[in-house]
Design a protein around this ligand. Structure first.
Ligand code: MG
Length: 248
């Protein structure tokens, strides 16, 4: 069921989203060559808890950390740990915070030190495709308009859209209806109504869209080993247009 938030609920969403966004920003500042993904996760957890909030992902479905940290060919759901980040790596961090009954959810792919022009182009295209998707999220449009905008932007640049994982409604639960695919047909799918809050999160691969889950049961990687990027915002659909909630 799609939930429509009133103005009080939207203020609650904003608070959770600001904490999520600030945690993501701190993760980005912590990502340096030589640092482990586990150290980045600890920065995230410490900040979220210092705000009186709870990391949304910690224990979610049994996930053992506060942030999903996915490096290079890892698409999403990477488990932070002893892996050392090297110069040239791209590091996707996905972070949610639960505060006063609401979740915020956002992600960003950071560059560690100097990265290749190819990697930078992937990051730029994925980030821009998120904003294309957000611009399509006008009240009265449909879910398919969002996915079509993302897909159009990246496919003409030679990238592929992951099909198996999608964005989602977000609110009192981390994952709510509707599903928000990063591919689709304009004019199709559920209608976007003021008061809906959704997470748009393109996962874009440099090569094939096919992905596999690793033996740890979580980490999703590209089948061909080429790199992947992931950017996400939680937004509110309003009569005045889409509003990004996950800003620090
Ligand atoms: Mg999400």
């Amino acid at each position: 069921m799609v939930s429509i938030k009133n103005s009080r609920e939207l203020r609650g969403m904003k608070e959770a989203c600001v904490i999520s966004a600030r945690a993501l920003q701190l993760a980005g500042e912590a990502i340096q060559p030589g640092v482990t993904t586990g150290e980045v996760d600890r920065v995230v957890r410490k900040y979220i808890e210092s705000q009186g909030a709870t990391p949304s992902f910690l224990g979610y479905g049994g996930f053992p950390a506060s942030a999903c940290i996915s490096v290079n060919d890892e698409v999403i759901h990477g488990i932070p740990g002893k892996r050392v980040i090297h110069a040239g790596d791209i590091v996707s961090v996905d972070v949610g915070a639960y505060y006063n009954g609401f979740h915020g959810d956002n992600a960003y792919t950071f560059a560690a030190g100097e990265i290749s022009p190819e990697a930078q182009a992937l990051l730029d295209a994925t980030r821009e495709s998120l904003y294309e998707g957000i611009r399509a999220a006008a009240a009265g449009n449909r879910i398919g308009d969002i996915g079509a905008a993302v897909q159009r932007y990246v496919e003409v640049r030679g990238y592929s859209v992951v099909r198996q994982y999608v964005g989602h409604g977000v609110g009192t639960n981390l994952h709510e209806d509707p599903s928000v695919p990063n591919f689709g047909t304009p004019g199709r799918g559920p209608r976007l109504l003021p008061g809906m809050t959704i997470a748009i999160e393109p996962m874009i691969n440099a090569g094939t869209c096919e992905v596999d889950t690793q033996r740890d049961g979580w980490t999703v990687t590209t089948r061909d080993g080429k790199w992947s990027a992931h950017f996400e915002h939680t937004i509110a659909i309003t009569a005045d247009g889409p509003v990004i909630l996950t800003l620090p």
